[in-house]
Design a protein around this ligand. Structure first.
Ligand code: PLP
Length: 420
C-alpha cells in the first residue's frame, strides 16, 4: 500500500518580541474594564483540560464523565460568587452572547408584548441589539424601544423607569455598572419596580462581578450577564444567570448541553478557568473594595491636582471602586492616549476615533458632557494587580503631557490666550 505523503514540516512562528524580551512586564495596565490579565492561578486551573482531560462532558464513558464533574464544580464556584443556585447558570461564549440570549429570550417568551426598556448608556452588546430590534424590517417583528436618559452625573431617575413601563413592556434591561464611568445603577430598586409591574428584568453585570459583592438570592433580578475576561479569566467565556422559574428560550439551538438552554459543547478549559476566577474574585473582593479603591482615589486626586482643568465624569459616590473617567478639557483623548502609550501606560478614551468619526462616546453624550471635555475624556480602570508605584508614575507623567498638548492644540491656545 502506498504510504500517505509526509506532512510538510513548517517552522513554528517566532515568539512575539514582547514574550521573548518580557517587555510587556513594563506596561502599566489601567484598562481593566476593557479586559483583564489572566490570573496565574486561572491559567494553571485550565492546564489539565488542555492536556489529558480533553473528554467531552456529555459523553457516557467515564473519561468524559470525569470532565463533567469539573464543569459542575466550576458552576458551583460561579454560583457561590453570585449567591445563586448552580442550576440557574448557563455557560455562554461571552458577555455579549449572554446579553443577546437574555433579551431575545424575554421577547420570545412574551410574544404578546412589544416594548423594550433600556438606557442610553448601555454597552453596545445591549444597545445595538435593542436598536436593531426596534428597526422595522420585512419578515421580522419589531419592537418599541425606550432608552432611559441619565443626568449629568450619569445617574438614572427611578421615577422615569416606573413611568415608561407599560402593559406592553416585555423586558427591562439596565446595566448594573457602566463600563466607561463606573457609575453603579440602583439595580435592586429597578428590579423591585419591574417585579411589581410583572415585567422581566435583565441586568448586564459584566463590570460588577468580582468588584462588588452580589447576592442574587436576595435581589429581584430575573436574568444577569457576566463575562470571564473582565475578571481575570480568558476571553471567550461568559455566564447567563436565569432565575429558577423564569421562562427561557434558547439563543443557540443544538444539543442538550446546559439542560437544553445553550447548544454547543462546553468549553471545558474556559469553564474551569472561570470557576477558578470566581473563587479568586471572592477571595480578592475585600482587596478590590479597599486597596484598589484607595489606588483609584490616589490617582484621581493626583491628576485633579496636577493637570489643568481636569474633572471627573460620573457620580463619584455610586461608582465601582476601580474606575475613574477624567476629562482634560481642550485636549484630545487620542493624543493623550498616544503619549501615555510611549510610557507604556494603557488607558482608554471615551471618544470613538477608531471608527473614523470624532463623535464622543454615547455615554458622554447621554450625560451631556460638553464637547470640549468629552473629547479629552480618559478612562482609567484598575485591578488588584496594580501597585502604588504605577499610580504615582501616572501622576508624574500625565500632567506635563496635558500641559504640552494644550499648548499645541488650537483649542488650548485660545483658552490660554483668553486666560491671560
Ligand atoms: C465587556 C462588556 C461586555 C461584553 O463582554 P464580552 O465578553 O467582551 O462580549 C458587555 N457589557 C459590558 C458592560 C462590558 O463591559
Amino acid at each position: 500500500m502506498p504510504r500517505p505523503p509526509a506532512v510538510a514540516r513548517v517552522a513554528p512562528p517566532a515568539p512575539l518580541p514582547c514574550m521573548k524580551e518580557g517587555i510587556m512586564d513594563k506596561v502599566i495596565y489601567l484598562d481593566n474594564n476593557a479586559t483583564t490579565a489572566v490570573a496565574p492561578e486561572v491559567r494553571d486551573a485550565m492546564e489539565p483540560f488542555l492536556r489529558e482531560l480533553y473528554g467531552n462532558p456529555s459523553s457516557i464513558h467515564t473519561f468524559g464523565g470525569r470532565v463533567a464533574h469539573y464543569v459542575e464544580e466550576a458552576r458551583e464556584r460561579v454560583a457561590h460568587l453570585l449567591g445563586a443556585d448552580p442550576s440557574e447558570l448557563i455557560f455562554t461564549s461571552c458577555g455579549t452572547e449572554s446579553d443577546n440570549a437574555a433579551i431575545r429570550s424575554a421577547l420570545a417568551t412574551s410574544p404578546e408584548r412589544h416594548h423594550i426598556v433600556t438606557t442610553r448608556v448601555e454597552h453596545p452588546a445591549v444597545r445595538n441589539l435593542c436598536q436593531l430590534l426596534a428597526t422595522p424590517a420585512p419578515g421580522r417583528a419589531h419592537y418599541r424601544l425606550t432608552e432611559l436618559p441619565v443626568d449629568a452625573k450619569g445617574m438614572l431617575d427611578l421615577g422615569e423607569v416606573d413611568r415608561v413601563i407599560d402593559d406592553d413592556t416585555a423586558v427591562v434591561s439596565v446595566m448594573w455598572a457602566n463600563n466607561e464611568t463606573g457609575v453603579v445603577f440602583p439595580i435592586e430598586e429597578i428590579g423591585a419596580l419591574c417585579r411589581k409591574r410583572g415585567v422581566l428584568f435583565h441586568t448586564d453585570a459584566v463590570q460588577v462581578v468580582g468588584k462588588m459583592p452580589i447576592n442574587l438570592a436576595r435581589m429581584p433580578v430575573d436574568m444577569l450577564s457576566l463575562s470571564g475576561h473582565k475578571l481575570h479569566a480568558p476571553k471567550g467565556i461568559g455566564v447567563l444567570y436565569v432565575r429558577r422559574g423564569t421562562r427561557f428560550s434558547p439563543f443557540i439551538m443544538g444539543g442538550h448541553q446546559e439542560h437544553n438552554r445553550r447548544g454547543g459543547t462546553e468549553s471545558v478549559p474556559l469553564v474551569a478557568a472561570l470557576g477558578k476566577a470566581a473563587e479568586l474574585a471572592e477571595k480578592n473582593m475585600a482587596v478590590e473594595q479597599t486597596r484598589v479603591g484607595a489606588l483609584r482615589d490616589r490617582l484621581e486626586k493626583g491628576l485633579l491636582a496636577g493637570a489643568p482643568s481636569a474633572m471627573v465624569n460620573g457620580d463619584r459616590e455610586h461608582r465601582l471602586p476601580n474606575t475613574t473617567n477624567i476629562s482634560f478639557e481642550f485636549v484630545e483623548g487620542e493624543a493623550i492616549l498616544l503619549m501615555l502609550d510611549q510610557f507604556g501606560i494603557c488607558a482608554s478614551s471615551g471618544s470613538a476615533c477608531t471608527s473614523g468619526s470624532l463623535e464622543p462616546s454615547h455615554v458622554m453624550r447621554a450625560m451631556g458632557v460638553p464637547f470640549t471635555a468629552a473629547h479629552g475624556s480618559i478612562r482609567f480602570s484598575l485591578s488588584v494587580y496594580n501597585t502604588e508605584e504605577e499610580i504615582d508614575r501616572v501622576i508624574e507623567v500625565l500632567p506635563p503631557i496635558i500641559r504640552r498638548l494644550r499648548e499645541i492644540s488650537p483649542f488650548g491656545r485660545e483658552k490660554l490666550a483668553a486666560a491671560k
